[in-house]
Design a protein around this ligand. Structure first.
Ligand SMILES: C[S@@+](CC[C@H](N)C(=O)[O-])C[C@H]1O[C@@H](n2cnc3c(N)ncnc32)[C@H](O)[C@@H]1O
Length: 232
């Protein structure tokens, strides 16, 4: 039987439970086959990777190309092959040793891998300005707001210029319907989504500035990949 992968929710207790969830061999080993099990999930992943590619190209067009980066949390290494294909040296990091073990196998033969560091995104063991860019995908929007802001601040601190993250925004019909159902007591689960103002505030508190939003799909998707830069 496949292991269930429930996303980290925005409540602190649930977040702690999910941190523990990913530190299990079975969860790590089953992660990729679960995550990419359907064609719609694979398609959504393709769109996400495309949006990340656009953010990398845009950063380069602004005169500061990304040569080295850290992926926090790297999980099973989902975006690392994409970063390698752009000739970016990558350090992988995650709280879960088990998830990184799966990622390690994927990067084994690449001279672009700078290895893996186990750490907590809230307290990163790297000096200020260590990397051209931080990549943080499928992570921040699952966190409680206070944790999210601490993690973003750490990412800004260790970046020389760029921070590339994804968020789930509230400008979709699906979100509005969910709110309405919530008010009528009909929703099983209330979505936690952010506005552009929320993101701008998060970034300001971390010492970052929003540069450009790359929607993973222009019309229906609630996912944005965002390029942010450090405020000098
Ligand atoms: C849904 S996975 C996303 C991983 C990857 N970025 C991706 O797109 O597939 C979430 C990951 O966050 C890691 N994680 C959770 N809390 C963390 C924390 N405080 N610091 C570092 N990693 C954390 C988990 O171990 C897990 O590997």
């Amino acid at each position: 039987m496949k292991t269930q992968h429930i996303p980290i929710t925005s409540e602190a207790g649930e977040y702690d439970r999910k941190k523990a969830h990913y530190q299990a061999d079975k969860v790590a080993k089953d992660y990729d086959s679960f995550r990419w099990s359907s064609s719609s999930r694979r398609w959504s992943n393709k769109r996400k990777l495309l949006a990340i590619s656009k953010a990398i190209a845009f950063a380069s067009s602004m005169g500061y190309a990304i040569h080295n980066a850290i992926d926090i949390p790297c999980g099973t290494g989902r975006i690392i092959p994409l970063l390698f294909s752009k000739n970016i040296q990558v350090t992988g990091s995650d709280l879960s040793h088990e998830m990184m073990q799966v990622a390690r196998v994927k990067v084994r033969d690449s001279s672009l891998s700078n290895g893996f560091v186990r750490c907590d995104a809230e307290k990163l063991p790297f000096a200020d300005c260590s990397f051209d860019s931080i990549f943080s995908i499928r992570f921040l929007f699952h966190l409680p707001a206070d944790v999210r802001r601490r993690a973003l601040k750490e990412m800004a601190r260790i970046s020389r210029r760029w921070v590339i993250v994804d968020y789930r925004h509230k400008y979709t019909m699906k979100y509005r319907l969910n709110r309405l159902k919530g008010k009528l007591g009909l929703a099983n689960k209330q979505y936690n989504r952010v506005s552009t103002q929320d993101i701008t505030e998060d970034f300001q508190k971390a010492g970052l500035q929003l540069v450009k939003i790359f929607p993973t799909f222009p019309l229906f998707s609630d996912k944005w990949v965002i390029l942010a830069q450090k405020i000098k």
